[in-house]
Design a protein around this ligand. Structure first.
Ligand SMILES: *[C@@H]1O[C@H](CO)[C@@H](O)[C@H](O)[C@H]1NC(C)=O
Ligand SMILES: *[C@@H]1O[C@H](CO)[C@@H](O)[C@H](O)[C@H]1NC(C)=O
Length: 451
């Protein structure tokens, strides 16, 4: 039986699985890992016409490339699929049955809280090794020490080093999938050897943001060293694989290292974050059309998220970046979730979050619209902090009573009216991003006529 594959449509992104030298002038040579975009489906389903990152076009063999796909397993993706949390010794032994030498899992120690236990199947028997956590290091034998469980597992995968066997096969927790495998299946894995990290451009709680070079392209890299934090960022990266818009910061790929580091590689945005951009240029440099361009850029990204049922939850000028050619792109999908899930409200940015989201954790596209109104205010006040001169603790009570910020100096009345509509206390009364885009485009055209 032959499998008939539906041809990939124009615009499909593929990642090269092998090197291809090409045999004729019409062929487009590429190297393993290159990203290619399909331009035309040829008559022969085994060949496509494609374009590479440099814009060069040519014919490529379909079986040398894989289609890039969104990673959808969301919360089930795990960096440590062999970690089973709090299970008992007996449960661990059941999980490692039938016996298979080298099959292993890690659980939290029941006898020694804070420690872990490595359980390994060895010649029909299960051995339980206590992993001691002492002085922020993990050790089994007081000889080899590790920063985290991933490093420990990596070490004993290479060498038994005193255990009954080396670790061969992880017993994966039910319902989880190995993040590494899913990212490579979707065509998003990058090669660590080809990434040159050059300079720190930002610091976050999670680690550094660096500028680097990947195969000759300048990239931004979030470097996450700690395994537990990396696990949280896996969800962010998987959301980014599913979204593509010219006004969203584009994910280029992910590197998951065996020893627990995670690198999230995105396009490099030369002019930094919008709030700093506005503050440093100010009104002498930025005219009304520059400001309106930013509001439209962000609105288009948000309209796309709205249409795809994604809620950003942390829209603010600090989370918008500016490219070399002055295009604003929304970034920081840390909190982005498919609509309807709930989250911890303790860490929310109060001045940007809608009242119903603060009060009842009701996040929706309409709560993003509220934040968008605050972002408009930030843009037209050139990066001021919202609610100036109001103590933080008074912001929510006043907003709940209907207080709205004043029109920023020099901001057109039509734009201020839009802000006020975004700050409707009733979420249902707020406009959609689709409507906002139409209104802003209308203002934009009006401005054009004046010139
Ligand atoms: C922790 O480490 C210190 C020094 O490295 C050692 O003296 C102590 O005995 C260790 N504690 C345990 C519980 O192993
Ligand atoms: C605003 O956007 C338009 C259309 O993309 C562009 O032609 C114009 O140069 C932009 N203006 C500024 C100041 O960036």
């Amino acid at each position: 039986m032959t499998e008939v594959q539906t041809p990939w449509p124009q615009g499909t992104e593929c990642v090269a699985r092998y090197n291809f030298k090409g045999t004729s002038e019409q062929d487009l040579p590429f190297n393993k890992g290159d990203v290619l975009t399909i331009i035309i489906v040829t008559k022969d389903p085994n060949w496509y016409k494609a374009k590479n990152a440099a814009g060069r076009e040519g014919t490529i063999p379909a079986n040398y490339v894989q289609k890039r796909e969104g990673v959808r397993s969301g919360g089930k993706l795990s960096l440590m699929p062999w970690f089973h949390g709090k299970i008992t010794r007996e449960q661990a032994e059941q999980l490692l049955n039938p016996p298979e030498t080298g099959l292993f899992l890690v659980r939290e120690s029941t006898n020694f809280p804070g420690d872990y236990t490595l359980c390994v199947s060895c010649d029909g028997k299960v051995e339980h090794y206590r992993i001691i956590y002492n002085n922020s290091k993990l050790t089994i034998d007081d000889e080899a020490f590790f920063e985290n469980l991933m490093q420990l597992v990596e070490h004993y995968t290479k060498d038994a080093d005193g255990l009954c066997t080396k670790l061969i096969k992880p017993k994966v927790e039910e319902g989880t999938v190995a993040a590494q495998d899913e990212f490579s299946r979707g065509g998003w894995s990058m090669n660590r050897k080809e990434l040159k990290l050059q300079q720190v451009i930002g610091k976050g709680e999670f680690g550094d943001v660096m500028v680097g070079d990947y195969r000759g392209t300048k990239v931004a890299v979030k470097c996450i060293k700690h395994d537990a934090t990396a696990q949280a960022f896996i969800a962010e990266a998987s959301v980014m694989t599913q979204l593509r818009h010219n006004n969203l910061v584009q994910l280029l790929g992910v590197i998951v290292e065996e020893k627990g580091s995670l690198f999230i590689v995105t396009e490099y945005m030369a002019k930094g974050c919008l709030v700093d951009y506005l503050r440093s240029r100010g009104r002498t440099v930025l005219g009304g059309d520059a400001l309106l361009n930013f509001t439209l850029d962000v609105c288009e990204a948000m309209e796309y998220l709205e249409a795809n049922n994604f809620v950003h939850r942390d829209l603010a000028a600090r989370n918008v970046l500016v490219s070399d050619d002055n295009i604003a792109k929304v970034s920081d999908f840390g909190l982005t979730k498919e609509a309807s899930s709930t989250q911890d409200t303790a860490k929310l940015p109060v001045k940007w979050t809608s009242p119903e989201a603060l009060r009842e954790k009701k996040f929706s596209t309409k709560s993003d619209v509220w934040s968008y109104g605050i972002l408009l205010w930030e843009i037209y006040s050139f990066g001021r902090v919202p609610y100036p001169r109001i103590p933080l603790k008074d912001v929510v009570p006043r907003v709940e009573k209907g207080y709205k910020m004043d029109c920023p100096d020099g901001c057109p009345e039509v734009v201020y009216n839009i802000m006020k509509q975004c700050w409707n206390l009733d979420p249902a009364g707020r406009p959609s991003f689709q409507m906002l885009k139409e209104w802003l485009q209308h203002i934009n055209q009006g401005m054009g006529k004046k010139h």
